[in-house]
Design a protein around this ligand. Structure first.
Ligand SMILES: *Cc1c(COP(=O)(O)O)cnc(C)c1O
Length: 401
């Protein structure tokens, strides 16, 4: 079936979509139908090489037979029973997450944003337990992204996202990422936590420097403040370690995870250790869906397959290969201003709007890329990509500039 023949169907479906959806997105004019490995297929059967993974979600790629089988089995067993009772998949997934992170307690959520909400509540509760009063402050970073709910938006350092919804949570102050003095300058006896991404994602793929992360850890220790690391995008193996902070030799008090945790089913989590792990009490927090057996069996399977398939080792090798190829590309093209990242979370900063390149890549090269901020293309492919896929991507990239 040729393209032109099918175009009217696509057009009709997109018109219907625009008619029904609340307009908060400008979508690209493609309808994805199915996926396999690191490829997506649209409604006209066209194949796309995917370097976006549904925004860093599909770590194991699409249509993995073993993952699918596990989900089908759980589907036929039990989907949901509420947190009034126990379920085995949540226990299994929880134990694996604690083992992988060294944290002491986990709470399962439905999304990244909700994991952030829980982390912020731990910080407030921790300081309340300590001081017997509220009114505490949290330090967040400029150009950060933590989600869209009002709490998560309050710590997202982006005026454009925040302004229409002000006033947001009081007592949030923004420091410059990777500038320790700017954090120090905001600390006072009311500060209860510092929250940051270990590698800023939406903000343009900026890894924290060793000096900065270590410095913030020391500040938090000295001031009895919690360090909250948002690993929602950079975690789950993407950096080459299970969690990006594990490359730095510092531990957070609270961390958040989501995106790749369920490989496509909606699940997130916040984890805590030490005093942060017992700050909230029964009744302080809850969720109806969160941690249900279906999503937890997905996460448990993801964590099991990561280990069985040595995903971290694979990411280290493939990430280095991607790094070298993108370095070559950057050196050969003046339009590339910078190259940043680690493992399979890397960014190229261009001298032009990234949106143009993303559109061209999608429609002309059948390559799925996503932007991060105005001028940055972010490379967050399924973690199972091979060097051959990287080569194919670079070839397509060469056609774009
Ligand atoms: C995507 C993201 C979030 C929000 O997660 P949702 O699942 O979209 O709610 C929070 N923090 C970071 C770093 C993210 O990349």
């Amino acid at each position: 079936m040729n393209d032109n023949h099918m175009m009217p169907d696509r057009k009709r479906a997109i018109d219907r979509a625009e008619h029904v959806f609340y307009k908060t997105y400008n979508r690209y004019p493609v309808i994805f139908d199915h996926g396999d490995g690191v490829y997506l297929y649209d409604s006209e059967g066209k194949e796309y090489l995917d370097f976006g993974a549904g925004i860093a979600v599909m770590g194991l790629g699409y249509n993995d037979p073993e993952y699918n089988l596990e989900l089908a089995e759980q589907l036929n067993k039990l989907l949901h029973c509420s947190n009034l009772f126990y379920n085995q998949p949540a226990i299994d997934a929880g134990e694996k997450l604690l083992k992988a992170s060294g944290m002491e307690k986990v709470f399962f959520t439905n999304s990244g944003t909700e994991a952030i909400e829980g982390a912020l509540k731990i910080a407030k509760r921790y300081a309340y337990n300590r001081d017997g009063r509220g009114g505490h402050e949290i330090i967040a970073m400029k150009h950060s992204f933590h989600g869209r709910s009002l709490g998560a938006l309050s710590v997202t350092g982006n005026d454009h996202y925040q302004e229409p919804f002000a006033p947001l949570l009081p007592g949030i102050k923004f420091a410059d990422f990777n500038d320790l003095d700017s954090v120090k300058a905001l600390v006072n006896q009311n500060t209860c936590a510092v929250i940051m991404e270990t590698i800023q994602g939406e903000g343009g793929i900026y890894p924290a420097t060793e000096e900065f992360l270590n410095g913030v850890r020391d500040l938090c220790d000295a001031g009895d403040m919690l360090l909250i690391l948002d690993e929602i995008q950079c975690g789950m193996g993407r950096s080459g370690s299970m969690f990006a902070w594990q490359e730095y030799g510092v531990e957070p008090d609270v961390m958040t995870v989501a995106k790749a945790l369920g490989n496509g089913v909606p699940i997130g989590a916040f984890l805590a250790r030490g005093k942060a792990a017992v700050a909230m009490k029964p009744g302080d927090h809850g969720t109806t869906y969160g941690g249900n057996p279906f999503v937890c069996h997905a996460a448990d399977t993801v964590l099991r397959l990561f280990e069985e398939r040595h995903i971290l080792e694979h990411v280290k090798l493939t990430g280095t290969y991607l790094w070298d190829r993108l370095e070559e590309f950057a050196a050969a093209h003046d339009c590339v201003a910078a190259h940043r990242g680690k493992g399979l979370i890397q960014g190229l900063e261009f001298d032009r709007p990234a949106g143009e390149l993303v559109t061209k890549a999608l429609l002309e090269q059948n390559l799925v890329l996503i932007s991060a901020g105005a001028n940055v293309i972010r490379f967050v492919p399924p973690l199972v990509i091979t060097e051959n896929h990287v080569d194919q991507m670079i070839e397509k990239l060469n056609q774009l500039v």
